[in-house]
Design a protein around this ligand. Structure first.
Ligand code: SF4
Length: 400
């Protein structure tokens, strides 16, 4: 493999080098158009998205010099380059700092619109998870659905919160004007549905305006614990929302108050049930969501009876696994390889999936707008995953 890497190159617009010259860092550095320090990341722990983002900034033929301290990366870059249509232009031996340097030359960009979303099966679609009573479903085509984090603070501090939300969390409010801008672009790109989540969205001081901006472009679902809308100004905001365009997705982990409260805080079950009843009385379509650890005793039957009592149809019931993200110390391990993408915007950028907005390895862009390049980065990544799957490999890269 090393011979292949170091011996190849390069009668092209990167310059003419012989095999021995290519092994020298100075030579690679001279012809590189850009540099990326991957540190100790491997391709399963964040480097994949970072590489895809940086390569998209280059012209065809330009080289990206990747520094890595992870021994798996030089070999993985060979596979990734081949699948992504790039070329390994040279590599150094391990240097005194323990790092390798690999020069990747950008190939002709593929048409990202040919990518599908079948590359990474969703966690919910895993047969093993289905056996544990988790809901299943098809991956959503990239660009159809947008998740928007309205804020990160919350009245609760659940022990599995993927967003690290709590009353003390920095709010990171999504500005309404920026939301309008992002949503306008989303619908121009073919967007069909919006999910507003947090934190607790009803703590956003302008949640009414923000949701109105979303419903102006697409049907909108608000994920809420339904505990802060019973009275006062927030109740008024809820009552003002469009019943035709707004659905409420309310968390209720169990029919058993003790089990729900164990993860979400004492008294939270009673308030959530009251919130669900209020939402139904106000005429909202309500979806009930339970979040479970895989090894918890199944309580689907009693939970389903409660949903029956409220007249919640099957398509509005969702049981999902805890993701080991945020403050969760157990649950399902999720990576770019294992999660079907669901583009998600926060005030600080675009992310691969809403359960992974505290994971730097899952960040697709460091600004929430424009969306188009972020969607293209995701499509590029999925295209490589698709190509790897066609070769019969479940994972393109070694995972952490
Ligand atoms: S899981 Fe939901 S309700 Fe619980 S702390 Fe996180 S955002 Fe709040």
């Amino acid at each position: 493999m090393t011979d292949q890497l170091t011996g190849r190159l390069l009668g092209n617009d990167l310059g003419i080098l012989d095999a021995r010259a290519v092994t020298g860092l100075a030579a690679l550095d001279r012809i590189a158009a850009a540099r990326l320090d991957g540190g100790s990341m491997d391709c399963g722990s964040g480097l994949l998205l970072l590489l895809t983002r940086r390569m998209r900034e280059l012209k065809a033929g330009d080289g990206l010099l990747v520094r890595t301290e992870d021994a798996s990366v030089p070999a993985d870059l060979v596979d990734w380059s081949r699948l992504a249509g790039h070329e390994i232009a040279g590599q150094t031996e391990q240097d005194d700092t323990g790092a390798w340097h690999v020069l990747v030359r950008r190939g002709i960009p593929a048409d990202p619109t040919t990518a599908t979303t079948t590359a990474a099966p969703s966690a919910a679609g895993d047969p093993a998870q289905a056996a544990a009573e988790f809901s299943t479903g098809e991956a959503t085509p990239i660009g159809h659905r947008l998740w928007l984090y309205s804020n990160f603070h919350c009245n609760l501090a659940c022990d599995y919160c993927c967003a690290m939300s709590s009353p003390a969390a920095p709010p990171q409010l999504f500005p309404v004007e920026l939301a309008s801008h992002v949503l306008d672009e989303f619908v121009r790109l073919g967007g069909r549905e919006v999910y507003v989540t947090g934190g607790e969205p009803f703590l956003h001081p302008q949640i009414g305006e923000l949701v109105a901006a979303a419903t102006a472009v697409a049907p909108t679902t608000i994920l809420t614990n339904a505990m802060v809308v019973q009275r006062g100004a927030r109740r008024a905001v809820l009552e003002s929302m469009d019943r035709e365009r707004v659905r409420l997705q309310i968390s209720l982990d169990s029919a058993d108050p003790g089990r729900h409260d164990q993860c979400r805080g004492k008294g939270s079950h009673a308030k959530a049930v009251a919130g669900i009843r209020t939402a139904l009385e106000l005429g909202f379509r309500v979806r009930i969501t339970a979040t479970w650890y895989a090894d918890e005793p199944a309580e689907g039957a009693s939970w389903a009876r409660l949903c029956d009592e409220w007249g919640i149809p099957d398509e509005d019931r969702l049981i999902r696994p805890v993701a080991r993200q945020g403050v969760a110390t157990a649950g399902e391990q999720v990576t770019v390889d294992s999660l079907a993408p669901e583009p998600t915007v926060t005030a600080s950028g675009v992310w691969w999936h809403p359960v992974a907005v505290t994971d730097p390895a899952m960040q697709v862009a460091d600004r929430p707008a424009p969306l188009a390049p972020a969607f293209d980065t995701i499509r590029d990544t999925v295209a490589v995953q698709d190509a790897a799957r066609k070769e019969g490999r479940r994972h393109v890269f070694r995972c952490a």
